[in-house]
Design a protein around this ligand. Structure first.
Ligand code: ZN
Length: 211
């Protein structure tokens, strides 16, 4: 027996143990009366189509109190839910990650992008890395003091350690990095590349000065 069959069998046994039953007609009547997902309240056509094209509907039969938590199979415990809500509720953590749809992933990405934009960058200069990525000095908030500043250090590059990092304003940052060879904490605009960089470091191809 493969995993899926084993899981289905466990579920059927749980439903039996929890008790209660409903007819197909009762379910269809309930579905007819449900124009939206009972969990997220989106209309059925607002929900992205299921990745597996064999499933043409976005609605599924769900249990108000999940089977796993002792919910019964009586019609009073049944509701129409979109597949995203239903699967998120029932799936284990690992499974849930796999089931994250493009829609959900898009939301998470947007949230991350916003976090980056909230960190302001300096446009006075940038580094072009050997990888081709362009990184800019980035304002960082001190989690202890809430001070927002550029982080510079006379030390090496690459390290994310806060030791020996001075918190300075833009003028001081530009002076130290361009004239005194300090490293500065940088980020690419998409936030994927971050680190301490300085002029002449191995990973740095060149410095671009703002016109
Ligand atoms: Zn939903």
């Amino acid at each position: 027996m493969d995993c899926r069959n084993a899981r289905a069998k466990v579920r059927i046994e749980r439903i039996k143990a929890n008790g209660g039953e409903h007819t197909q007609k009762e379910w269809l009547q309930l579905l007819e009366a449900s124009t939206r997902c009972a969990v997220c309240n989106r209309a059925w056509d607002e929900i992205p189509l299921r990745p597996d094209g064999r499933y043409r509907h976005t609605w599924t039969k769900g249990h108000k109190i999940p089977i796993l938590h002792g919910g019964t199979n009586k019609i009073g415990n049944i509701q129409a839910e979109c597949y995203q809500c239903n699967f998120t509720k029932n799936a284990g953590k690992l499974k849930r990650d796999h089931l994250l749809t493009i829609d959900h992933q898009e939301k998470i990405k947007r949230k991350n992008d916003m976090a980056i934009k909230q960190e302001r960058v300096s446009r006075r200069f940038s580094f072009i890395l050997k990888s081709g990525v362009e990184v800019f000095p980035v304002l960082v908030k001190d989690s202890m003091t809430n001070n927002i500043a550029f982080r510079v250090t006379p030390g090496g590059t690459g390290s994310n350690l806060n030791i020996n990092q001075d918190q300075v304003d833009e003028e001081a940052m530009v002076l130290r990095v361009l004239s005194h060879n300090y490293s500065v904490r940088c980020s690419s605009l998409d936030g994927k590349t971050t680190g301490l960089y300085k002029n002449g470091a191995r990973s740095v191809e060149k410095v671009i000065l703002a016109a």
